[in-house]
Design a protein around this ligand. Structure first.
Ligand code: BGC
Ligand code: MG
Length: 545
């Protein structure tokens, strides 16, 4: 697909969690033909691009983030021909397609790891991963004190031998040794494979993880904070570590990889991009991933981790803009994804949580840069309590914590009862959907002006009309009543995080996340709401006439 080379700089990207979007064949699991059939929903919503979570061959221990063949489609999700059809249809509809790339680790079923386990210690096959000799008598203790993001030690022992392998995530996700040139060459090939099939970009999983400090020394953990509750655990743990000693993350050598990838993307065309998932220590270290000769964007998780507070959001906006400005990159914004508690629930749940979520979304969409939306947020879906027998997140198995399944419940499209057209009638989604979702389906909300779906459609249309091309400058104002005002040229967004209505400044109200009230010549924005205003055109002064 051709078009402006830097389309991604202000794109709205919609994340599809492949397992939970649309199931064409009734096996209870979403798949590529399911996505293709539902692409018109994304076109009607008004997004620019779709990011699809991993659909490659995988034993599915971490739902595709454990890849055993990077250049094929898992039969659960379809075939390579289905991927081609999806790409072609998306491009026909004017949608770009970003695919997920998982370079930090393979699946333990990847032929390389199978070969490594069968080979001798010290062999070239083992040298593609991080095998090390254990400590203590007989090497029965892990080689260092690193912990897995999913809980427990980051090392697993090879049988009864003194050999262990590193896995920063699940034991079925062995970390590759990026100091081995074979690894870099393999991924260069993977990038070229998908670029040749026509993908527009990559979302780089765990982009800050590829290199570990060469010594593999112990981590100093005095500063690591205690446990976090809920499904944010894995993600938050990564953030907690940002204040600590991190020999396993964000090593300088990783940037060499992204310079190579930058060239590979360039060779494929001026409009191909990559976005990094990099949980780094500081905004400055995040900015290093998006230097002009590296990746194009990095997810900015600061809003997603901020509390409901105008002051916190003001810091997020100022800090983010300053960080990316130093390297000339475009900022990104995200409120929900497949790893964290959905934002209406984070903001308290129920009608108030939803009101706040809509207000936060409207505020985010006014900002320069790109916004990433997560499937189902346009329906106002909340986090679901998933019963333990249906949980599949590896962190649940490793820690007994609920994990991330509650934000991954299959989408409700229509009908009155499960599967709500997620799959054919009579099929059973891999996580049961709440019985009460009939009013939340796309079918139920479409055409209802008060619905969250129509709110998202209106907000995305307003963004195209009023926010695109306004430039990167944002004036941030904070008022004592917990109200945030962001001005971008003629566009102002007001977000009321306080408890009482606030009078809006002068200007034409373009749209709001909740009903407004007019009284005594003023218009009031209720608590937990946001509005966009356009200032009256500035009259040229007589001297200029
Ligand atoms: C992905 C997770 C995944 C992990 C390991 C992440 O950051 O977003 O869903 O479990 O990487 O690949
Ligand atoms: Mg299916």
């Amino acid at each position: 697909m051709s078009g402006p080379a830097d389309w991604w700089r202000d794109a709205v990207v919609y994340q599809v969690y492949v397992r939970s979007f649309a199931d064409s064949d009734g096996d209870g699991v979403g798949d590529l033909p399911g996505i293709t059939a539902r692409l018109p929903h994304l076109r009607d919503l008004g997004v620019d691009a779709v990011w699809i979570t991993p659909f490659y061959t995988s034993p599915q221990h971490d739902h595709g983030y454990d890849v055993s063949d990077y250049c094929d489609v898992d039969p659960l999700f379809g075939t390579l021909a289905d991927a081609d059809t999806l790409l072609a249809r998306a491009h026909e509809l004017g949608l770009r397609v970003i695919v997920d790339l998982v370079p930090n680790h393979t699946s333990s079923q990847h032929p390389w790891f199978v070969e490594a386990l069968a080979a001798e210690p010290g062999s070239p096959a083992r040298a593609r991963y991080l095998f090390r000799t254990g400590r203590g008598p007989g090497g029965s203790q892990p080689p260092n004190n690193w912990l897995s993001v999913f809980g427990g030690p980051a090392w697993s022992r090879v049988g009864e031998t003194d050999q262990w392998y590193l896995h920063l995530f699940d034991s079925t996700q062995p970390d590759l040794d990026w100091r081995n040139p074979e690894v870099g060459d393999m991924f260069a090939g993977v990038l070229r494979f998908w670029l040749a099939r026509g993908v527009d970009g990559f979302r780089v999983d765990v982009a800050h993880g590829l290199f570990k400090e060469e010594s593999l020394r112990d981590q100093e953990r005095a500063e690591v904070a205690g446990g976090q509750e809920g499904a944010n655990e894995g993600a938050r743990e990564m953030v907690e570590r940002t204040v600590a000693d991190e020999p396993m993350w964000d090593q300088p050598e990783v940037h060499e990889v992204y310079r190579r990838w930058h060239d590979i993307l360039d060779e494929a065309g001026p409009d191909r991009m990559a976005v990094a998932e990099a949980w780094t220590q500081t905004p400055e270290s995040m900015a290093r991933f998006v230097r002009p000769d590296e990746l194009d964007q990095a997810f900015n998780f600061s809003w997603l981790l901020a509390d409901w507070s105008a002051a916190a959001f003001a810091d997020v906006v100022t800090g983010t803009l300053a960080a990316v400005d130093s390297v000339g990159a475009a900022p990104t914004w995200v409120l929900s994804n497949h790893d964290v508690v959905r934002h209406p629930t984070r903001y308290g749940g129920g009608p108030r949580g939803l009101a706040r979520a809509r207000a936060a979304t409207l505020t985010m969409l006014a900002l320069p840069g790109s916004s990433y939306l997560y499937q189902g947020e346009e329906l106002g879906l909340e986090q679901v309590e998933v019963s333990s027998e249906h949980r599949q997140d590896p962190s649940w198995f490793r820690t007994g914590e609920p994990g991330r399944d509650g934000c991954r419940v299959p989408m409700p499209w229509g009908g009155q009862t499960p599967p709500f057209d997620f799959g054919p009638a009579g099929s059973s989604p891999w996580i049961p959907q709440p019985e009460g979702w009939a009013g939340l389906t796309v079918e139920a909300q479409a055409g209802d002006p008060g619905s969250t779906l129509e709110f998202y459609r209106a907000a995305l249309a307003a963004r195209r009309e009023h926010a695109r091309g306004l430039g990167a400058e944002v004036e941030v104002r904070l008022d004592a009543g917990d109200v945030l005002e962001l001005r971008r040229g003629p566009l102002t967004v007001v977000l009321n995080c306080g408890d009482t209505p606030t009078a809006l400044p002068q200007g034409e109200v373009l749209l709001s996340s909740a009903g407004l009230r007019s009284e005594g010549g003023a218009t009031y924005l209720p608590a937990d709401a946001a509005a966009w205003l356009r200032s009256a055109a500035v009259q040229p002064s007589s001297a200029e006439l």
